[in-house]
Design a protein. Structure first.
Lengths: 420, 406
């Protein structure tokens, strides 16, 4: 850590009350250098009950979900269902800059810890609430698991095979979108706070966050009256236009989208067609298309249909590795459909020193973690990934002492009374 | 009275396509002055992308572009013109932040890498976003969000177990990165306020997006397991899926994670206890998991008779997590999105009124707002050069006559 300016966010303290629905928000701030304290109920967060687990041992200290998203934070336990617990939280709030929570709307208010209460304790605090639909409105109290939110956000209708039901991603995405948006909103509110001293409440809707991932589908309805559909490996780009993304190759799948539009895209298309030519698998009809002036996402369905056979024939003659490597040299917009192993072993990620080893001393291991989401090229260490996720109550002593000056005796009493 | 939180932040924005413009849209929505640098000779990809108003294409008519670029000023500079570099370096002292998402090396090829920008403005902050980050063997690999999602592992975990995987819709990862990018930019801005030092942020879309399936990466690292696509199933819930409703291609998502939610669902399906949902073997999650195909069949046969929205409301009233599968039109009619004013209509000189998506968070004290439509190509070149950057009329004319501003 640097001495002078510290890390990008080193002066700032974050209280993170979220469960599995909001952990990523605080992690983003932690990666930027903020001091993030995860506040869990006694016994630990419900996020610890989410698998997969280390060595498949279902144990609250071995949840890989918890490891992935509580990493880089410190952790304390606190029982908000006791009066003393709420008092302790209020003390912590007084010296915090951010508070993040993901309870159903109104829950914290019912404990006397809603934004109004928080504001009266610390008017410059930025409070972030991450919920499926936002704090108010007709669906504010609707229950949403991932699949419900991904459906209502418009994502699922567009994803999947046309002859089967709409599809979600097999790893929950809804709350990740909302949590990342929470970090965005938090930093925008922070920008106002540093200039004026005024805090505020950031109210995130995960449904809206998902609805912003739909490329141009809402605009297709708005401007052309077209409801775009899911098309399996294909992707509908407009009323009469489509492209195909996913292709089988010799040993797996690659993604390549036949496209015109924009200098890089047309060049990529030409490069692929030339490569096919070199191997005697060229196609005159495809070469005759004016890719340079076609426009992005403007391949008509009939051209696309004609292109499937020759492209499929070509891809089938090569492995994923061959296609990927040559595409870098030839500047073709093609990527492998990567599995976790492919990602962990990817030479680019290794060359960029992306992964980070973090020790888990209590298990006597060190684990390779996905690294920082951004690099600070010139500054070196103004962002950082420095500690594994906290054990239950791991930092109770240091934090309650450091921040509130509690003595070991007081802590023991609180423990016995079920406060922490 | 409060101004917008980012008022006074000045951004010279070289971003194009989706990820970059969505990033600077947040900044513009919350008060930053964002000036987009485009080329009229080589229009950016999104200006050529459907949909177009009434289906008629045109450089100012793309709804995809218009959605992502409201509140911004648009100027045109031919970056390959010999005078372009000097013009940019002249503008740099005005800017707090320069954003770009070209293939790494492009800004350097124009003599406008971070070092050069820093020479003209020591506190400058720069965001360089790319597919795979700067440096490394794949630095120059071109790409965009739709296919990058596959490299980031998302396609592998999307699809039916008995079929080929499918891509998550659209340029998925393009819309994952901007939220991280804005947080990092504003953190760097805070750092500069405290220390005077700028920052060069290097964002790899791949590296950021991996965080959207990070536990699966760890599962491979510690257990050697590669998670696979599971359709709509979830190991910790049943029923968990999408079921047909009345009408063509109408669906509802239902998820029962607890036995209480399952019991509530059973009561809505059939309060009399006659329906096949009322089987003892379905009392527990384990039991429901043991024959999930059969369970899904029973639920699907029942949902088929319902209107999706009415069923959603009925199930939610009973405490069952359920949501209709919104298509693009449904989004415009969704009661909650309407309540949140998700779509803001802007009046565009060529497109007319069009919907632009507001930010997915509301700030209680200093809300953002979308006020101006996306710029026409080159719409603000003269205004920005003279009024924002302080060039004289003579300088402007000379640049224009020389073909720099194309």
């Amino acid at each position: 850590m640097r001495e002078n300016g510290g890390t990008l966010l080193s002066p700032y303290r974050v209280l993170d009350l979220t469960d599995e629905r909001g952990l990523l928000c605080g992690k983003i701030l932690a990666d930027l250098g903020a001091d993030v304290v995860q506040v869990e109920p006694p016994g630990g967060s419900t996020a610890r009950n989410i698998g997969p687990y280390y060595k498949d041992e279902a144990h609250p200290e071995k949840s890989l979900f918890w490891w992935a998203y509580a990493v880089n934070k410190r952790g304390i336990t606190l029982n908000l269902h006791t009066e003393k617990g709420r008092e302790l939280l209020k003390e912590l709030v007084k010296e915090a800059h951010f508070l993040i929570e993901s309870y159903p709307p109104g829950y914290l208010d019912s404990l006397g810890l809603g934004y109004k209460d928080i504001e009266s304790l610390n008017s410059s605090l930025v409070m972030v609430s991450i919920t499926p639909f936002g704090q108010d409105g007709p669906y504010a109290h609707y229950k949403a698991s991932d699949i419900v939110g991904m459906a209502m956000g418009g994502f699922m209708y567009l994803t999947g095979d046309s002859d089967r039901p709409p599809l979600r991603v097999s790893f929950p995405q809804l709350y990740l979108h909302g949590s990342a948006a929470g970090a965005t909103g938090a930093m925008i509110a922070h920008s106002h706070r540093v200039l004026t001293g005024e805090g505020q409440h950031v109210d995130v809707s995960c449904q809206q966050a998902v609805a912003r991932t739909l490329a141009h589908a809402p605009q297709s309805w708005d401007l052309e009256g077209e409801i775009l559909k899911r098309m399996g490996p294909f992707r509908q780009t407009g009323k009469e236009t489509m492209t195909r993304a996913n292709w089988r190759c010799k040993d797996g799948y690659v993604n390549y989208m036949l496209q015109g539009g924009g200098p890089g895209v047309a060049r990529s298309t030409r490069a692929l067609l030339e490569w096919m030519d070199e191997e005697g698998l060229g196609d005159e009809d495809l070469k005759a298309v004016d890719w340079e002036h076609l426009g992005y996402g403007r391949v008509r369905a009939d051209i696309m249909e004609k292109s499937v056979a020759p492209l499929q024939r070509f891809f089938a003659t090569h492995t994923r590795e061959e296609l990927t490597t040559a595409s870098v040299e030839r500047r073709i917009l093609l990527f492998p459909v990567a599995t976790p192993a492919n990602i962990i072993e990817h030479s680019q990620l290794i060359a960029r020193d992306y992964f980070k080893e973090l020790p888990h001393p209590e298990l006597d291991i060190s684990v390779t973690y996905p690294g920082l989401f951004a690099k600070d090229i010139e500054g070196g260490e103004r962002m950082g990934l420095s500690r594994r996720s906290p054990l239950i109550g791991e930092h109770n002593v240091e934090i309650y002492h450091e921040k509130l000056g509690l003595t070991p005796e007081e802590l023991t009493n609180f423990e016995e009374d079920g406060v922490i | 009275m409060n101004g917008k939180p980012l008022e006074g932040l000045k951004v010279l924005d070289f971003c194009w396509v989706a990820m970059g413009p969505m990033t600077t849209k947040y900044l513009a929505e919350y008060g930053a002055t964002v000036v987009r640098v485009e080329s009229a000779k080589r229009p950016e990809t999104l200006r050529t992308a459907a949909p177009f108003k009434d289906g008629v294409s045109g450089i100012n008519r793309s709804g995809y572009f218009a959605n992502n670029n409201p509140n911004k000023y648009g100027i045109t500079i031919d970056m390959r013109h010999p005078r372009a570099r000097d013009l940019i370096l002249r503008i740099i002292p005005w800017a707090d932040l320069v954003t770009e998402n070209f293939t790494p090396g492009t800004m350097e090829s124009w003599g406008l890498g971070y070092r050069e920008l820093k020479g003209a403005n020591p506190g400058i902050i720069m965001l360089s976003a790319s597919m795979l980050g700067r440096g490394g063997p794949f630095e120059r690999q071109p790409g965009f969000g739709p296919v990058l999602a596959s490299l980031a592992g998302m396609t592998h975990i999307t699809g039916w177990p008995d079929r080929d995987p499918v891509n998550p819709y659209g340029a998925y990862t393009d819309f994952v990165v901007p939220r991280f990018a804005v947080a990092a930019i504003l953190a760097a801005l805070d750092y500069r306020r405290r220390t005077g030092d700028g920052t060069h942020l290097d964002i790899s879309q791949l590296e950021t997006s991996i965080h959207f399936s990070a536990p699966f990466m760890l599962d491979y690292v510690v257990n050697g397991r590669e998670q696979d696509r599971m359709g709509n199933r979830d190991p910790a819930a049943a029923p968990h899926g999408v079921y047909p409703c009345k009408g063509e291609d109408r669906w509802i998502a239902i998820a029962c994670t607890t036995d209480a939610e399952w019991q509530a669902l059973c009561r809505v399906v059939d309060p009399t206890g006659q329906n096949r949902v009322h089987q003892e073997r379905y009392f527990t999650l384990l039991g429901r998991k043991s024959d999930e195909d059969d369970l899904d069949g029973i639920i699907g046969a029942w949902t088929r008779g319902w209107d999706a929205r009415e069923l959603m409301d009925a199930l939610q009233s009973a405490g069952v997590p359920a949501g209709m599968v919104n298509d693009s039109r449904d989004l415009f009619e969704d009661a909650q999105l309407t309540h949140r004013e998700h779509f803001k209509y802007l009046d565009h000189p060529e497109i007319g009124p069009y919907a632009s998506e507001r930010s997915e968070f509301n700030l209680s004290r200093t809300p953002g707002s979308l006020d101006r439509p996306a710029p026409l190509i080159g719409e603000h070149t003269e205004y920005a050069l003279k009024e924002l950057f302080g060039l004289s009329d003579g300088e402007y004319r000379s640049l224009k006559d020389d073909g720099v501003l194309e």
